[in-house]
Design a protein around this ligand. Sequence first.
Ligand code: UDP
Length: 329
Amino acid sequence: MSKIFITGGAGFIGSHLTDLYLTNGYEVVALDDFSTGRESNIAGAMKNPRYRMIRGDVRDEALVESLVSECDLVMHLAARIGLQVVIESPLETLRSNGRGTEVVLQSAAANKKRIIIASTSEVYGLSTKIPSSESGPVAFGSPAVGRWSYACSKVYDEFLALALFREGGLPATVVRLFNTVGARQSGRYGMVLPRLVGQALSNEPLTVYGDGTQTRCFCSVHEVVHALRALAENPASIGEVINLGNPQEIRIIDLAKRVIEVTQSKSTITYREFAQVYGEGFEEIMRRVPDIAKAKRLIGFDPRRSLDDTIREVAEQQQGAASAVSPGR
Ligand code: UDP
C-alpha cells in the first residue's frame, strides 16, 4: 500500500492521519468539502509533493470513484460532526453521513479496495453497560431528539460496511472513535476540550454544561491515527467493528479544573443548562467509556498519553494560531 485516499482529509483527525502517512513516505490524496475542515490543518501537507487535496463532496459519485480507483487504501473520515452541527441540521447529517458513506463504500467494493470507515462511540448512546464493548447493543434515543440523527447515520454506515463485507467480500473495518483530542480540533462545533482551553487562555469563565458530573474519556489524536494505520495493515481486523479510545474516565467538571490548572489560567467555572445550549428535550450521555480489549488484542493498542500533555498541546497550538493572526500579540 503506497497511496492512501483520505476523505475528510482537512479535518482534525484526517489531517493528522495525512501527516502520519506523509512522514512515512506514502502518497496521500485527500477529499474535503471544508464544511468543518480547515485550510490551516493542511498547511504543512500542502508543501509536500506527495500530497494532493481535492475540494469536493463525498456524495459526488464520479469524483469518489476516480479517487478510490487510483489508491491502495481508503480511510473514510468525512462526516458531519459536532453536536452543534448535528442538532442544527439533522437532515444534512443523515444525508451526508448516510449517502456519502454509501458512495465511498460502493466505490471501494467496485474497485476491491481495503477500506476503514470511522464510526463513533455516540452509537452506544444511552446504553448503561459500561465500559462499552463492540459486541453489545447500540442504544440511541428517540428520533424526536435531533442529537440521535448522528448515531443513526453512523449505525447505518456500519451496517452497510458489514453487509458489503459479508455479501461481497469487501475488506472493510469499522472503527468506533471515542472522544479524540489534540491540536487542530476546533471548538466551534461543540467539542469540549478546545472550547475550555480557548476560554482558559483568554481568562474567560469555562462553560461546563449540566452539573459537570457527566464523564468522557479522551484519547490523543496521535495515538488514534497510529491505531488507524495499524488496523488497516492487519487483515485480522477485516469485517470487524473496533473501539478506539482511552479508557481513563474523567468528569467534565474535573476536566475544566485540569484545564485551568495546566494553563495557569485565572478563569472561573460557569454552569449552563443543557436545554439552554442545545434546546429543550436534549438528552445527555452521562457516562461513556470504551472497552478496548479488542484493539489491544489486534494491534496492541495501549493509549498512554496523559490528558495534561494533550491540554498543553492544544493550548500551545491555540496560542500559536492566535499569534499567527495578530503578530506581536
Ligand atoms: N461540554 C461542556 N462545555 C462545553 C462543551 C461541551 O461542558 O463548552 C460537555 C458536553 O455537555 C459533554 C462533554 O462536554 O458532556 C463532551 O462534549 P463534546 O461535545 O466534546 O463531545 P460528546 O458530547 O460528543 O462526547
